[in-house]
Design a protein around this ligand. Structure first.
Ligand SMILES: *Cc1c(COP(=O)(O)O)cnc(C)c1O
Length: 359
């Protein structure tokens, strides 16, 4: 099959060189005679892979020493319930900002464990913006403030870190982690599923400040108790070993690209080109407030929804796949994570221009 471009929101595109390396090493990892798939997590080789994974992520994100890194299972969705179970610290409430489908889900799940104060919501706008920070209502007694840095479905992204007014700031970064430089020290906890911008599905990264550890409720399963997993280097139970290895390869690739700062420039440039093409056309439009447009997930609609199916079918004939928008919002969505080459974005834009000309 000839080369295609995959605009899937997740699981999503991998760097080609990483797939080739994984293929090459599949039967024999670096002369060990073993496949990573077969390795004991406590054997001779896997601990090296695990240590490298942690140190590379620490270096790429400049994670301070007073933060623990956890590599868990259950996806970002499990964290929606695990965060309140782990870091309420005897408090009864938590603040949440609602800016799209994912933060909405986080609110619903947290409500099983604490009182949720919705500090701000852009639901009335159809989740096309972020409420002005000066209007946010924060409760200083709350355990933390939760927000979603990039709403994967609605295509809404924060361009700066909000002021949590002393509350530990908790962020779902599933779809834009490692896409821009961030100051980790501004956060109490960062979490992200790896299948958007870091590799395969099956690993959830949790970066948590040490002072928030040790407060899990008694009913929290030990494998989901941050403190217990931190103590055992996320190996309280058998970790998703092969997925850790693949995430590690993606991090090595990222380093070779120049790290997160280089990625940020590259991502900004890719997104700017695509939004420009959308804004210049009369067929396509994006409803999101320009200051909060996502650089990772670019939703757009066609002026005539009857053309949707034709658009998707013709795109596939040009090797452009997975452009259908999320079923809850319709239209199209192009996810252009770190691993989407500039040529992929260019091919999409060329196709869109040609489609508009002929329809
Ligand atoms: C995909 C996604 C999730 C859910 O991830 P799962 O791994 O399916 O649990 C949560 N939050 C955001 C922002 C996402 O993009």
């Amino acid at each position: 099959m000839s080369e295609i471009y995959n605009f899937s929101a997740g699981p999503s595109v991998f760097p080609k060189s990483v797939l080739l390396q994984a293929q090459q090493e599949l039967l024999d990892w670096q002369g060990s005679g073993q496949s990573v798939l077969e390795m004991s997590h406590r054997g001779n080789y896997f601990p090296t892979i695990a240590e490298q994974l942690e140190s590379d992520l620490r270096a790429l994100m400049a994670i301070p020493d007073n933060y623990k890194l956890l590599f868990l299972q259950g996806g970002a969705s499990a964290q929606f319930s695990l965060i309140p179970q782990n870091i309420l610290r005897g408090k009864s409430s938590a603040c949440y900002v609602k800016t799209g489908a994912w933060s909405e889900k986080a609110v619903i799940d947290a409500q099983n464990f604490c009182d949720v104060l919705v500090s701000a919501s852009s639901e009335n706008s159809g989740y096309t913006t972020v409420p002005e920070e000066s209007t946010w209502v924060l409760d200083e007694q709350a355990a933390y403030l939760h927000y979603t840095t990039n709403e994967t479905i609605h295509g809404v992204e924060f361009s700066k870190i909000p002021n949590a007014k002393g509350l530990p700031l908790v962020a779902d970064m599933s779809s834009n982690i490692l896409s821009r430089v961030i100051d980790v020290s501004r956060y109490g906890l960062i979490y992200a599923g790896t299948q958007k911008n870091m590799g395969p599905a099956g690993v959830t990264v949790v970066i948590v400040r040490e002072d928030l550890l040790g407060y899990a409720s008694k009913t929290t399963p030990p494998v989901f108790d941050y403190q217990e997993q931190a103590k055992s280097h996320s190996m309280l139970n058998t970790p998703a070993t092969y997925n850790w290895y693949l995430v590690g390869l993606v991090l090595k690739w990222l380093k070779a690209q120049g790290g997160v700062a280089a990625m940020e420039q590259f991502n900004n440039a890719k997104a700017a080109k695509l939004y420009q093409a959308i804004d210049q056309s009369t067929l396509y439009s994006n409803p999101v407030d320009v200051s909060y447009r996502s650089r990772m997930n670019v939703p757009f609609i066609l002026a005539d929804a009857n053309l949707d199916q034709v658009f998707l079918k013709s795109a596939e004939t040009q090797g452009l796949f997975e452009l259908r928008g999320h079923r809850s919002v319709g239209g199209m969505r192009a996810s252009i994570y770190n691993a989407m080459p500039e040529a992929g974005v260019k091919a999409l834009i060329d196709f869109m221009i040609e489609f508009e000309r002929t329809h």
